[in-house]
Design a protein around this ligand. Structure first.
Ligand SMILES: [Zn+2]
Length: 290
């Protein structure tokens, strides 16, 4: 190793210390790790390996971590599912929540690894955990990896978003929902060609805050004017009155041809896209904590 290379390696390691700025490269590397487990459908061996990996990573971060396990009744058999929750404790009693799904879709007959759809949200949240570690907090910050976002058979009102429906009901019953100032869900945000929709169920106020933070950073072009309604993991929370936003890029590859296909692989993602979303959401977190 040459001297300059040694310095650069040292600098790279230093910037990856806990509590540092969000690194898109690091988020992409976390995503690569979980994609390497193969299919991560609920209850599968790949999902179990992923859960072990997440728990080991989160154990380094000084946060509380717990499982929210439940049995989902699906069009096939009942399936045990597990949301993983991490909490960085603050002083105010209020809470900010970042969520995403970590399951991949059951796709019989094809080798579906869900790099963007399932992988990107997982890697993004793992990088958030690294950044939040060791910081002093005004509000509690929760990170939630939802299981069972994908339909088990065919998407319908009762087949899909199992984990978020379960946790929204649970947090409604135990009073946690009342402490949530904002909940932001991310889905498929690793796409190289990043364009985040104005998702129509989302809170307009929270969306405006995120869109202006993006403009201030010069990232406005990635946050689109086009909108549509996407039933995703934020929706159960919106229905219960939570100030919630969904950040989703729903145009993945030419004519969305990478979505739910074997083309959803790690080479379709870029560190820059993670960097855009991570930088903006940390700006928003700091604003919400002032
Ligand atoms: Zn999907």
């Amino acid at each position: 190793m040459h001297g300059l290379q040694a310095i650069l390696t040292f600098l790279a390691a230093a910037t990856l210390a806990a509590g540092a700025d969000f690194s898109g490269q690091s988020a992409l590397e976390y995503t690569r790790r979980v994609v390497a487990f193969g299919a991560r459908t609920p209850g599968s061996p790949g999902m179990h390996r992923q859960q072990t990996y997440l728990r080991a990573e989160l154990a380094k971060r000084g946060c509380q971590v717990w499982d929210d396990t439940f049995t989902a009744s699906t069009p096939l058999d009942p399936i045990r599912m597990t949301n993983i929750i991490a909490r960085f404790t603050g002083r105010s009693g209020q809470a900010i929540v970042f969520t995403g799904h970590y399951d991949t879709k059951v796709m019989p007959g094809i080798n579906f690894v869900g790099a963007n759809d399932g992988g990107a949200s997982t890697g993004f949240l793992l990088e958030m955990a690294r950044v939040l570690a060791g910081q002093s907090r005004q509000h509690d910050v929760y990170l939630v990896w939802f299981d069972g976002e994908e339909a088990i058979a065919q998407w319908s009102e009762t087949d899909g978003v199992y984990g978020s429906k379960h946790l929204a009901a649970r947090w409604n019953a135990d009073g946690t929902l009342g402490r949530i100032k904002a909940l932001i869900n991310v889905d498929m945000i690793g796409d190289r060609d990043l364009g985040i929709l104005r998702e129509g169920y989302s809170s307009p106020g929270l969306r405006a805050r995120v869109w202006s933070a993006a403009r201030r950073r010069g990232y406005g072009s990635h946050f689109l004017n086009e909108g549509s309604l996407v039933e995703d993991d934020h929706a159960a929370f919106v229905r219960l009155g939570v100030n919630a936003l969904n950040l989703i890029d729903f145009d993945y590859g030419p004519s969305n041809s990478y979505w739910h296909t074997e083309k959803d692989t790690i080479d379709k993602l870029s560190a820059d896209s993670f960097q855009v979303v991570g930088t903006v959401l940390l700006d928003v977190l700091h604003e919400l904590e002032q």
